[in-house]
Design a binder for this molecule. Structure first.
Ligand SMILES: Nc1ncnc2c1ncn2[C@@H]1O[C@H](COP(=O)(O)OP(=O)(O)O)[C@@H](O)[C@H]1O
Ligand SMILES: [Mg+2]
Length: 373
């Protein structure tokens, strides 16, 4: 059994008319990295500040290690928050910055010195301990802010978009370092980011938020493979998932998606799926990730289409294919695939990789779990 370290129960927070956090509940296990992921303004920081005790929820409770801390002041919660703008004192040395929390607690000098040195070692700051914080680089500042938290050994480390200000290369290194550190120290960490790739790389579990609501909690794999609704499907994955909408109908022995007079044959995608009978006549959205589509230059596959455009993405190509006037999809292809715009190609898709959503509610429809009577 995993031990629950933090429980957030039905948290609601308003700022005037704005519902910043709307009835959010989740649990974080001891030693895991749990990420709040969502677009800017969705309520991540507010949720984190409520956990830290810097903000009081209008409704709901927060439990840390089983204790109800909703009315406990921040400094008695034993959590530490690293902000987006690192609060580093520029005129103090790196040593004094890291030692800050322990000095405030009036810990003995030898203990402070030992802990600061341990943390500096861990974060690669030993060589700059006597340097003024204003003189070090961004990556060091980031680590100082982290060090100031680690040194007081909080029960939970809260990180609010700590990498957003760094450039791409530093982010990559810091991401790896954070993961290593978290594993090494087995800290319980709540990480906030709007960057889905970062969340996928760092997290044991992710909570996807939008407009104050928590939409789905799961491992990166669960969220990628079984998005609970259209928002999660679209937010996770790069390039974004292809979405094709229409009313699913049977026509001349075929299963087709109909929309404004346009018809797309979906027989090969859906006919084998158990439970498909239950969604006939319904407005649905089909989701297919670009990486789940294979291009067949000889024209075989579920559909045929015309190559419209390429984009280079690392060692892959993102190929835009026009299936019909209004229906275009993107597929990933190896760089070595020789294609030209205007080529007619086949599009092969494994039916198991097709996601189906209800168009009105946006909720995922699990065809296998519906089960045809
Ligand atoms: N102190 C505040 N007063 C008024 N509105 C706020 C305050 N803090 C946050 N908000 C609003 O609440 C919403 C959620 O904000 P926030 O939690 O910071 O989102 P995120 O961190 O996901 O970007 C936003 O619309 C934001 O403008
Ligand atoms: Mg924020």
């Amino acid at each position: 059994m995993k031990k629950v370290k933090l429980e957030v129960k039905n948290i609601t927070k308003r700022f005037g008319d704005l519902l910043a956090v709307n009835n959010v509940s989740f649990e974080v296990y001891e030693g895991e990295t749990f990420t709040l992921l969502g677009p800017s303004g969705c309520g991540k920081t507010t949720t984190l500040r409520i956990i830290a005790g810097l903000e009081k929820p209008d409704k709901g409770r927060v439990f840390i290690g089983g204790r109800d801390v909703t009315d406990v002041p921040p400094r008695e919660r034993n959590v530490c928050l690293v902000f987006q703008e690192y609060a580093v004192f520029p005129h103090m040395t790196v040593y004094d910055n890291i030692a800050f929390g322990l000095k405030a607690r009036k810990e003995p000098e030898e203990l402070i010195a030992r802990r600061v040195r341990e943390v500096a070692e861990l974060l690669g700051l030993t060589s700059v301990l006597n340097t003024k914080a204003s003189k070090v680089g961004l990556s060091e500042k980031q680590r100082i802010a982290l060090g100031r938290c680690l040194v007081v050994e909080p029960e939970i480390l809260l990180l609010d978009e700590p990498l957003t200000l760094a450039d791409a290369k530093i982010r990559e290194t810091m991401r790896r370092e954070l993961r290593r550190l978290q594993r090494e120290l087995k800290i319980t960490m709540i990480y906030v980011t709007h960057d889905q790739l970062e969340a996928m790389m760092l997290s044991d579990r992710i909570a996807v938020m939008n407009a104050g609501r928590l939409l789905q909690v799961g491992t990166p794999r669960e969220i990628y493979e079984k998005p609970k609704n259209l928002f999660v499907a679209y937010f996770i994955g790069s390039p974004t998932i292809n979405l094709i909408e229409g009313k699913l109908v049977r026509k001349d022995g075929k299963l087709v998606l109909e929309k404004e007079g346009l018809v797309l044959d979906a027989t090969k995608l859906l006919e084998e799926a158990k439970g498909v009978g239950k969604i006939i006549g319904r407005e649905i959205v089909i989701g297919i990730r670009p990486e789940d589509i294979q291009i067949d230059p000889s024209g075989h596959g579920v559909w045929k289409g015309e190559v419209e455009l390429f984009e280079v993405s690392g060692d892959q190509l993102i190929v835009h294919i026009k299936l019909a006037e209004e229906t275009k999809i993107r597929a990933m292809a190896p760089f070595s695939l020789r294609l030209r715009t205007g080529d007619i190609v086949g599009v092969a898709i494994n039916p198991d990789k097709v996601h189906v959503f209800d168009r009105k509610t946006g909720e995922r429809i699990d065809l296998l779990s519906i089960g045809e009577a």
